[in-house]
Write a protein that binds this ligand. Structure first.
Ligand SMILES: [Zn+2]
Length: 383
């Protein structure tokens, strides 16, 4: 495997060769992560960067000796684990493929923080232990985790920042029926959302990764809107003059464990590392803006054409709520809306053909109810 001729289709085919298979699904157990950190610590330098608000260790990996410095952090939102899986796969990939890794490490240095918010990770919450959203704490830095990231940034002085997140299932890539399976943003550095050399660098990295991903998930890549807010960590680092890329791992059809998305995030990460190593100077600004903007046009499930008690025909929108139960995430289906002709798309559509739903318990359906199963037209549906 050579750096300048990386074959992304082959990497996808052989993903199991370097996937950290003990880390899977939506909830990553602390002990499983620590086990993997230990295994990787025999290959790479791992550092205790400091402590979370509840005194959990925040670890970082320090790799490479090249002049181009890349800072990557994941799970600043505790319930966003997909990018952590991808980052762990990247570390494992580096540990297994010496040829390509040697050439990457000659050109680049990395600091990688797989879990920035270990307290939120344990509880599977977005916020940290003090209920603060760390991605709104960049400029005021009231929390230990924000102070830690800022210190690492100041000491390391990265040339690129990669800010890794998960997004909800509600996003479409543009105004159409494609889910936003992966989304990106080159954050703004000012209110005017101007372009400068650094923003153009992150836009070009994104456009290039998008081009590669289109082959595997055509039309399923979105771009976030670039309104500016210094409280956001990406905007903050971009304003400090570091090209920054926001990653958002989204939904692929039938992939609630986000095991498919993890692979696409890995591929995009490696593509960006490749472009940084090869010093790709091509500006892909137009290509960046051609990526459709993320829109909230998706739902988890829509049951169409349901005959309600008053005999009107309505659609029922169901969204899953992720609930942590015995170290696993349970997807609880809640009714979000009951309305006529709902225009949005769904990852799963069921047509009730103007029949009533037969429920396990009698009674009418209302917004906020859990709807786990029903019968219609002699078919049983489990949601
Ligand atoms: Zn997030």
């Amino acid at each position: 495997m050579k750096l300048d001729t990386l074959n992304f289709s082959q990497l996808l085919e052989n993903y199991s060769h370097f996937k950290v298979s003990s880390l899977r699904g939506r909830y990553l157990k602390e002990e499983d992560l620590i086990k993997e950190f230990k295994a990787l610590s025999h290959k790479f330098k791992i550092k205790n960067e400091g402590y979370s608000e509840e005194d959990r260790i925040i670890s970082s990996f320090h790799l490479g000796h090249g002049s181009r410095k890349i800072l990557i952090w994941s799970q600043m939102h505790g319930n966003e684990t997909t990018t952590t899986k991808a980052v762990m796969d990247l570390l494992n990939f580096f540990s297994l493929y010496k040829d390509i890794t040697d050439s990457i490490f000659d050109l680049c240095s990395f600091v990688i923080i797989p879990v920035l918010n270990p307290d939120g990770a344990l509880r599977y919450t977005r916020a940290n232990a003090n209920l603060v959203d760390l991605n709104r704490d960049a400029s005021s830095r009231t929390q230990l985790e924000s102070q830690l990231l800022h210190r690492v940034y100041t000491e390391f002085q990265p040339d690129f920042c990669l800010n890794m997140h998960d997004q909800r299932t509600i996003f479409s890539a543009g105004n159409n029926s494609f889910p936003a399976s992966v989304s990106f943003l080159s954050p703004s550095f000012n209110e005017e959302r101007e372009l400068n050399i650094n923003r153009k660098k992150s836009m070009s990295l994104i456009a290039s990764a998008n081009l590669m991903l289109q082959k595997f998930i055509p039309n399923q890549i979105g771009r976030y809107n670039d309104s500016f807010n210094l409280k956001y960590i990406g905007d903050f680092f971009q304003a400090k003059g570091t090209p920054t890329v926001l990653f958002e791992a989204g939904h692929c059809p039938r992939d609630y464990g986000r095991e498919d998305t993890r692979k696409y995030i890995f591929l995009a990460l490696l593509k960006m590392v490749q472009d940084i190593c090869l010093d790709v100077k091509e500006e892909l600004i137009e290509a960046y803006f051609e990526i459709p903007e993320n829109k909230k046009f998706f739902n988890d499930v829509i049951v169409r054409n349901v005959k309600s008690e008053d005999s009107t025909i309505k659609d029922i929108v169901i969204q899953y709520k992720e609930v942590l139960e015995n170290d696993r995430i349970i997807f609880v289906p809640f009714i979000e809306k009951i309305e006529k002709n709902i225009p949005s798309f769904a990852h799963r559509e069921i047509n009730a053909d103007e029949q009533s739903l037969i429920l396990e318990k009698h009674g009418s359906l209302k917004v906020g109810d859990v709807l786990s199963s029903f019968k219609v037209n002699n078919n049983v549906f489990v949601i």
